[in-house]
Design a protein around this ligand. Structure first.
Ligand code: ADE
Length: 253
């Protein structure tokens, strides 16, 4: 059972997304749980404030340290130990499939979602966060990044996807993008499904799909293609020439 603990000012944003589709089914099946904690519930401020102006001036408001630390300590006491804490931040290490695979091994993960202009640095120090970004663009808060990460980690958890192997053949698992796929009808407005896919020859189909994956990756993600070529040199080595037998004439002299 995977347990995701999300610290947020918008718990419904989290619950409303994870309850749907594949993550929703995984929660119903008891394969994972997502608990969203409203940081505001932990404030000791008389007016329920969770943010204040930055010392030294500047635009916007910062999330205060006290409600975050108290919320965190509540979660840690519930779990019984301190799990990894991921702070959603454009300053973080960029999330990728390899990180998803690594995080899928953890039973418990805490996500801290920032809002406003940022978070008091002391909260990040006390929680010993790992900063994680989902890309080089800035969002209004950490909820969408946390949801993206939960989604991609969850699908790697055994039993979450229908066919256990299905994630293995998809984009990125072998470092290549997925090949094009087709379903019925075999022809739509004159556009035909490639004949090979209707041939029933599984070996040929596999070869075609792999070739398509290579082509797509080369065109769309040259960075991934270069990494694949470097990691699989034998696939790209020129075929070995057959050595010709040299019939040496016997020198009878
Ligand atoms: N918060 C705001 N923008 C973000 C991003 N790109 N990744 C993670 N957290 C964020």
């Amino acid at each position: 059972m995977k347990n995701y603990y999300v610290m947020t000012l918008f718990p419904e944003m989290i619950q409303n997304v994870v309850k749907e589709s594949i993550t929703g089914r995984a929660i119903e099946k008891g394969l994972m749980q997502v608990k969203a904690y409203d940081i505001r519930n932990f404030t000791k401020d008389a007016h329920n404030h969770v943010d204040d102006y930055p010392y030294g001036g500047g635009a916007g408001m910062l999330m205060q340290v006290q409600p975050i630390v108290d919320c965190y300590q509540h979660i840690v006491s519930e779990i019984g130990h301190k799990p990894r804490v991921l702070f959603m931040s454009p300053q973080g290490r960029t999330f990728n499939q390899q990180m998803a695979e690594e995080l899928a091994k953890e039973d418990n993960l805490i996500f801290l979602c920032g809002h406003y202009e940022g978070v008091d640095e002391r909260a990040l120090e006390i929680l010993e966060v790992e900063n994680v970004s989902i890309g080089d663009y800035v969002l209004t808060g950490g909820e969408l990044p946390a949801l993206s990460m939960i989604d991609s980690i969850s699908r790697l958890v055994h039993g979450v996807l229908n066919k256990d192997a299905s994630h293995e053949i998809e984009s990125f698992s072998d470092g290549l993008l997925e090949y094009p796929q087709y379903t019925r009808p075999a022809e739509y407005n004159g556009l035909k499904v490639p004949d090979i896919l209707l041939s029933g020859d599984h070996k040929k189909v596999d070869e075609w799909r792999h070739a398509q994956s290579l082509l797509r990756t080369k065109e769309r993600r040259p960075d991934l293609y270069a990494a694949y070529v470097a990691a699989n040199p034998e696939e790209f080595a020129p075929p070995k020439k057959r050595r010709k037998r040299v019939h040496r004439a016997c020198n009878s002299e």
